[in-house]
Structures are given as C-alpha cells and as structure tokens.
Design a protein around this ligand. Structure first.
Ligand code: NAD
Ligand code: TYD
Length: 339
C-alpha cells in the first residue's frame, strides 16, 4: 500500500506519519510538504532512514510537481493535511489560505482522479461549522450542522470541503472527509494556544489571553485523531463526512491556568489582550457517527494528555528553540507588539 501524506512535516501530519509507519510496517508512506514556516524537517528525522518512508519537498499547488510524484509513486491512498492552519495569520493575510487550502486541494484531487487513487481523504476541521453559544451546552456539531464559517481560515477549509464532496458527486472520486476538533500534543507549532503558553510560561513571559478567556475549544490528543483517520481511510464509507472529537470542552483561561499550575508558575503572568476579530465562542463535536460506524473512541484523557504534552515540551527544547528564535519572533512582535 502506497500512501501520500501531504503536510507531513507539520503538527498532525508528522504524528500521522509516525503512527502509520508503526501501525502498518508493510506500508510505504510518502510525505509531500512545502516546508512553510509551519513545516519542520527535523521533526521527521527519526524516520528519514526508514526504507518505507520518502520525503518530497513540493507545493500542493504545483501541478507539475504533484503530477510527477503521483506518476512515480502510483499512490493507493492520499491523505491531505497540507494547509495554512492558523486563524490569526488568516486574518492578517487571507490570500495564501485560499491558494493552499482550496487550489491545493483541487490539484491533489485532479492528480488523484488521473492516477486512479482508491481513496482521497481530506483532513478538515470543526471550524467549518462556525461556533455555538456558551449558554447552550446541549448543542453540538453533527455532520449535518450547516457550514457557517467565521474566519478566512475556516472559510478556506469549508471551500475545500465542498470541493471534495463535489469531486465525489461529479467525478465519482472516492473521497472521505474528517472534521476534527482542536488537537494538542507533541510537535504542535508554538504559535497555537497550548505550546505558546507552555513556552512563554517557561520563560516567565506574559501569557496573552484573548478577550475574556472564556472561549471554549474541544481538545483531542493528536494520537487519537491519527487513529481516527487510519480507521476512516480503511473502513470509512466513500462520500461520507466523519466528525472527530472527544467531548472535552475547556475554556481557554482554564487551560492557561492548568499549564501555569503544572509548571509551578504564577497566574500573574496572565495578560488579557484585545480579542481576536470574529472570535468563535465555542466548538463542540458530537462524535456519535464515527463511534457507532467505525468503533472509534478517544483513548487519552485530557488530564493525562496535557501532562504528557507539557513534559514533551520540557524534554524537547531542542525542537522548539530554533523555531522561536527565527522568523517566529518577528511574527510574535507583529501579532502582539501593540496589544
Ligand atoms: P500545521 O500548520 O502544523 O502544518 C501544516 C503543514 O502543511 C506544514 O508542514 C506545512 O509546511 C505544510 N504546507 C503548508 N502549505 C503547503 C503547501 N502549499 N504545499 C505543501 N505543504 C504545505 O497544521 P496542523 O495543525 O498539523 O493541521 C494539519 C491539518 O489538520 C490542516 O489541514 C488543518 O486544517 C487540520 N486540522 C487541524 C487541527 C488542529 O487543531 N491543529 C484541528 C482540525 C483540523
Ligand atoms: P488556536 O490555538 O489559535 O486554535 P483555534 O483558533 O484554531 O481554535 O487558539 C485556541 C484558542 O485560544 C482560541 O479561542 C484563541 C485563543 N488564543 C488566546 O487566547 N491567545 C493566544 O495567544 C492564542 C494563540 C490563542
């Protein structure tokens, strides 16, 4: 089985590459990644010499490069993680989100059609459903919740989702789609809430909490997401959407306080800053379908996963230190300098 994994040098993609090489030692995994600011080849170091692994640096929007790779590898399955993924960056500059997230998806699906790929899987997000009110804890996103996006990021992901379903209906491309809640765990790029707060707290730097800090996200340990995708590409029904989430809703401020407690740091580091424009209030996934149809259940409880994650960042400074000393610092100044 040959599987092309795009965006495999990023957070979830790299965890998926590790998972697949371990869970399916007879599969060949080909990672296609442009290595944007969010892609990090050092993450894939442990598998670079694995004979069942190949890394190719390319842009998913580059038709020629994608065609050449598909011609060489004749993939059975394509799993598309490659995306611009940070909401705040999408507010600053939407264009690249439209290019990578929508055009890139169409390039990959055109190649998948041409080379007769047996399964094209699109990794999407619960953010395509928009948000839920804080005072209606009875409401959850199901696969039938209407698409109703708030940010350029979520709009670009929703555009890609619609295109994926259209390629199935129009061309019969065998697609599946998963919409997952917020992930956390190792190799999470330190511009996102959890790694940002861990690393800044370690340096006794202020922790910028947007708005009132009461926005709720539904957190899932990254390994559980990887296992869900593994199940969907093997057993999921073509043309179907699967929501992935573990019923683990947390307010941002409670996560920040938990991180401070684990690290033995003072809550005085918390600084409330100007809210994100269009900030979604609450995300909450109903995972009934993937549980009933495919038997998936999350294995890692948040209380354990967050401790494991904090320990990983403490033990792997050599991974994140080069990231925060480079382009990322300029980015931080730009995003938070005047907040
Ligand atoms: P990430 O930003 O950490 O990684 C993205 C990867 O894609 C990087 O390696 C980057 O180099 C690569 N990439 C970007 N543009 C590319 C292009 N044009 N061509 C080839 N490669 C390119 O993202 P992530 O958090 O790992 O998210 C992966 C996927 O999962 C995304 O599609 C995202 O929308 C989705 N998702 C993420 C979360 C989350 O909590 N992080 C939750 C649900 C869904
Ligand atoms: P983020 O990790 O960017 O994921 P997403 O926006 O895709 O859910 O943010 C998670 C939550 O944390 C979101 O409600 C915004 C908030 N947040 C902060 O309060 N401060 C920060 O510095 C960041 C990056 C996020």
């Amino acid at each position: 089985m040959n599987i092309i994994v795009t965006g495999g040098a990023g957070f979830i993609g790299s965890n998926f590459v590790f998972h697949m090489l371990k869970a399916h030692p007879d599969y060949r995994i080909i990672c296609l990644d442009k290595l944007t600011y969010a892609g990090n080849l050092s993450t894939l170091e442990p598998v670079m010499d694995n004979p069942n692994f190949r890394f190719v640096k390319a842009d998913i929007c580059d038709k020629e490069a994608v065609d050449k790779l598909f011609a060489e590898e004749k993939p059975d399955i394509v799993v598309n993680f490659a995306a611009e993924s940070h909401v705040d960056r999408s507010i600053e500059n939407p264009q690249i989100f439209l290019e990578t997230n929508i055009i890139g998806t169409s390039v990959l699906m055109d190649a998948s059609r041409k080379y007769g790929v047996k399964r094209y899987h699109q990794v999407s997000t619960d953010e395509v459903y928009g948000d839920l009110p804080l005072d209606r804890p009875d409401l959850f996103f199901t696969e039938n919740t209407p698409i109703h996006t708030s940010s350029p990021y979520s709009s670009s992901k929703a555009g890609a989702d619609l295109l994926v379903l259209a390629y199935h209906r129009t061309y019969g491309l065998p697609v599946t789609l998963s919409r997952c809640s917020n992930n956390y765990g190792p190799y999470h790029f330190p511009e996102k809430l959890i790694p940002l707060m861990i690393i800044r707290a370690l340096h006794d730097e202020s922790l910028p909490v947007y708005g009132d800090g009461l926005n709720v996200r539904d957190w899932l340990y990254v390994e559980d997401h990887c296992k869900a995708i593994d199940l969907i590409i093997h057993n999921g029904k073509v043309g179907e959407v699967y929501n992935v989430g573990g019923h683990n809703e947390m307010a941002n401020i409670d996560i920040v306080k938990l991180i401070l407690k684990e690290l033995g740091k003072s809550e005085d580091l918390i600084t409330y800053v100007t809210d994100r424009a269009g900030h979604d209030r609450r995300y909450a996934i109903d995972p009934t379908k993937i549980h009933n149809d495919l038997g998936w259940l999350p294995e890692t409880k948040f209380a354990d996963g967050i401790v494991k994650t904090i320990k990983w960042y403490l033990d792997n400074e050599s991974w994140w230190q080069p990231i925060i000393s480079g382009e990322y610092q300029n980015y931080y100044e730009k995003m938070y300098g005047d907040k």
